[in-house]
Design a protein around this ligand. Sequence first.
Ligand code: PGA
Length: 249
Amino acid sequence: MNKIVIANFKMNKTDKETKEYLINFLAKYEDYKSNLIMAFPFTSLATAKYMLDGRKIALGAQNICEDDKEGCTGEISGKMLVDCGVKYVIVGHSERRNKFKEDSKKINNKIKNALKNRMTAIVCVGESLVDRNIMNTLSTLKRQIEDALKGLYENELENIIIAYEPVWAIGSGKTPTAKEVELAVKSIRKVISDDFSSKAGEQIKIVYGGSLTPKNIGVFKDIKGLDGVLVGRGCLDSNIFIQIINSII
Ligand code: PGA
């Protein structure tokens, strides 16, 4: 399988900037190279859908409402995302957990709503610096994964990607070592094996995210059990992003 590459544009790119970005990017990107998912801000989704038409690139979103019921001013429903051509949605990013106080119940509901709308949920988990310093990385991952996947059926895991994103690595320029990522990946697979089945543990898709650049991407290329990467700042410049993609495949 080609490596999964997820681009998280966060709160970047106006509609016009998205158009300019994609003109440059699509001129250089070769579709066969990876399993690419581009998660744009909501305001760029319609333009991105139009521009990605016919290309082997999936459209992603960065958030979804907990449910599709009435009375959710300011929110975006699963139905709206599907209508924009969205196939993947990022849930549980640490910026949403921390800045927007999204708790584990809300994250679990968002994942269920993404699945109900036949999208794949990219579920972000990762330890804080404090957790890391007191050797709580693996227990944090276990708790976050179990809370996030509560009530899911094993067959629904086909539509889940776990993004291991240590909070201290996001936007900091710091990254864990290959050994540390390998250990985290192994422990995520064990949690899934214990809670669902060993087949589910083997098959669950896991990516790493946090401060990836063309310089350090090589470290993450051959980590055992790792299916790909999630790139934040590194995707904002199309030339830099192409370099990252070319180095991981
Ligand atoms: P970063 O962000 O690559 O800028 O560290 C990754 C993320 O937040 O998803």
